[in-house]
Design a protein. Structure first.
Length: 201
């Protein structure tokens, strides 16, 4: 982050002094690549420490019962696995997910068909290419506009529903004054009291 920021600021300063210096896109590319390589080098050459991520993230034997996600135990059909649907998907999750995949697939099919039609009729003396593509994009824009309205309504109602659930969970949630984001000894500071209780038992 420091390397990328320094290079980005240096590029701006050099550009103001030397107008023919590399333009912004090149400096952006160089800054991102330099930051990435620096991160990799520091990670590989820096001191190696072992950290128990399972304990920090409450996974495996450290899992908290209240945080478990209730996933369906049914075996998934092969087609669901192929398109990326997991057991954590609810029915209301699958509707927009499958819908978006279907829309993208149908748009790809539609564009392919339109392109083939264009290639067949483009040499026709009465054919007007500009009018043809204008009509295609007009249909696409209407299509995206309608989909945008449907998606907005879906997300709005889903967001309100989830917001109500959030407030209910916040009302019932146990709060700890130690929960300030700090990590101590492979666990969150907020888990300190729970670990003390376990050790005492």
């Amino acid at each position: 982050m420091i390397v990328g920021s320094v290079l980005a600021v240096s590029g701006i300063i050099l550009k103001s002094i030397y107008p023919d210096f590399l333009h912004g896109m090149w400096m952006n590319c160089i800054s991102m690549l330099s930051g990435t390589f620096t991160y990799i080098l520091v990670s590989l050459l820096g001191p190696r420490t072992s950290f128990n991520m399972d304990q920090l993230l409450h996974r495996g034997k450290y899992e908290i019962e209240a945080d478990k996600v209730q996933a369906t135990q049914e075996s998934l059909p092969k087609w669901k696995k192929i398109i990326g649907i997991s057991k954590e998907f609810t029915k209301t999750d699958m509707i927009p997910y499958i819908g978006s995949l279907s829309v993208m697939f149908l748009q790809w099919i539609g564009f392919t068909v339109v392109t083939i039609v264009y290639l067949i009729v483009k040499n026709n003396t009465d054919f007007q290419a500009n009018r043809f593509w204008l009509r295609v994009w007009q249909v696409l824009i209407y299509h995206w506009f309608i989909l945008g309205i449907v998606a907005t309504i879906w997300i709005l109602f889903g967001g309100i529903k989830d917001l109500k659930k959030l407030f209910k969970r916040l009302d019932a949630a146990k709060r700890s004054d130690l929960d300030d984001g700090r990590v101590v000894g492979h666990h969150s500071l907020a888990d300190e009291q729970e670990l003390s209780d376990v050790l005492e038992d």
